[in-house]
Each structure stands twice: as structure tokens, then as C-alpha cells.
Design a protein around this ligand. Sequence first.
Ligand code: GLY
Length: 382
Amino acid sequence: MPAKGAQMNPDVVVVGGGVIGTAIAWRAALRSRRRVTIIDPGGDADKASLVAAGMLGPVSESVFGEEELLALNLLAVARFPEFNRELETAAGTATGLRTEGTLSVAYDSGDLAALRRLADFRHGIGLRAEVLAARECRRLEPFLAPNVSGGLLAPGDLSVDNRRYVRALREAAANAGVEVIRGKVATVSEHAPGEVAVTLTTGELITATSVVVAAGWATGAIDGVPEAIRKAVRPVKGQILRLRHPGSLPPILTRTIRALVQGRDIYLVPRADGELVVGATQEERDDTDATAGAVHDLLRDAQTAVPAVSELILAEISVGLRPGSADNGPIVGAVSDGVIVATGHFRNGILLSAATADAVAALLSGGEPERQWSAFTPGRLS
Ligand code: GLY
């Protein structure tokens, strides 16, 4: 059912109320004073943006063979602080942006060799990443295990409290007049020249001049979205833990830690309020069951890298479905008159949210997104 007061003939309909859809809706409403409605199925518990850790780490997440995605992620991290400042002002609330960087650490000699190869790759393409000896790592983060063998600091990587950030986006969108309808979209289709129709699973029809499909992995279930995109997007399960410091213990980490522990990669993202987010599994599954094995593996590796983790309170186990894509890159662009897609953000949804909102705002105004988006158009899939 539509929320009370919802617009039934908006200018722009955004399908999906996660971080991407909400950021797009806010900017679309703000920039051009369009009437914007989000259609969101609700069910926040497993929404990828709320399960996420909030790392904004293009350098510490860069891997061999994804240079175009890296260029886009660098654009996104450069844009994020200003976008976030505007957001905090518009929403009247802080999002917990942190600027201390990310420290990647290696555990055994095999992990150190892998980290050194990554350091060579990052230096080779001109990224700022500082190789640190074990004692320098522990000087920065005294709670790291004494047997950590070395590290790599990415000083320009950021993090944000993704839940505060999404809440702020919702608040800012509401303040800009964006309406939210609870509902699941079945079909997007041309309705009349210059008009697109969105049909909900309840049969209700909403028309708009423009429709932006930002439904994450569920984009694949929407009729009218081109087949190549529907096939390219898939759910990738992630399990993640939220730990809390007991009242007496000060935060044990200052910056995001990525740890390679006997070939396994985990991350620990500290918040100023004492929360520590530990993630994440990456599973080719579409269920949202939390499993004992995942909790065990995450805690084992987190404790190996930072032994004091065992003193923390296990506050939450959450499971989300990332919108994976065929080549791990987002899919952003127009697919027909009046229909734009913005999906497939996979592991980078929070990081890419501001840049995606800019790109879609440009498309809605008849302009072109920044050149870094040219490798991520829907056309590459067909
Ligand atoms: N960006 C981290 C993750 O998807 O687990």
C-alpha cells in the first residue's frame, strides 16, 4: 500500500530504497526540484547497505585485473567527503566518517609474500601505499598480535558508519520532499510517449517521466529490465559480525584493519562509539541464514590478528546479499527512453553511492557521467 501522502504521479520513480536508490533520490530531488518517489520492499534486516561495514577503501581493496573499477572507486572516494558534508548538513546528523586510513597486515610468511605482491602492484599503478615493518604496524595499532609479520598502509582510505549514513540519506531525502512507497516492483514498461510505467506485485500502476532501477540483486527479478542485465546481477551472500567494547575498555583499534591470515582475508572496521565490525564471508548463495561456521571463522581470524577481540561483546550477526555482477563492476546507465539502471555495486555500494548519485543526476538532466563510468555502462553486457 502506498504510504500516506505518497505521490502517484511523480517525475522520477526510484525502484529500491537501499543506499544507492536513496542517494539517487535525494540528489535528484535536490538538484532539479523534481518530485521523486522511492518504491522499496522494506525489510531492512538483510539490506546489503545496512549489513555492510562502511569501508571506503579503493586502495586497500584494489586487486590485480580490476584497474577500471579502481579508477571509478578512486573517483568515488575523492567525492565522498564533500557529499557527506552536504548530507550531514541536510540531515542534521553525523555519519561517523573516519579518515585514519586502512592498515593491511600479514600473519605468516605466505601472507607477507602476498601482501608484498599487492604492494608492488599498487606502487606500479601509482597508488599511495606505505610498506610497514611489523613493529611499525604495532606502533600504529598496539593491539595487533605480536606475531603480525608486516603491513601496508593506505592513508587515503576512509570509512563511514554505514547505518548512520543510510539513516542520514533517508532523512535528507525526506527533507527534500522524496516520498517512499512500500511495495515490490514486478514490471517496468513504456506506458505512453515520454511516460514509463512501474507495476507493483499488487497490480498497482505508477507512471513517471523517468524510472531508475536501483534494486540491488533483486533487479534480476524485474520484468522489462533488459535480459543481459537481469542475467548479469546475482546475490552474493555476506555474513558479518558487530562487536562492542564493554564499558571499561577503550576502543582497541583506530583505523580499519585488513588482515591476511593464512590466505584468508578479513577486515575489522572500528567506530568512534566502540563498535567493531568484522567481516565478511563471500558466498555464492541467496539465503540469509547466519551459520555457526562463518561466525567461528570470522572470530578465529579476527582474534588471530587482534587477540583482544576475545574480550569484546558479540552484539550482532547479520547477513546480507550483495548485488554481484558478471564482472564485479556496477551497471549504471540508460537502457531505454526514460529508464536508467544503477545496480551491480557488489562490494562497493557505500563507497560508490555518492558518485552513482552524481552519475544518475547527470543522466536525468540529459548530461554525461564522469569518464570513469564509461567502462560500466549497461551496453558492455550485451
Ligand atoms: N566491501 C566489503 C564487503 O563487501 O565485504
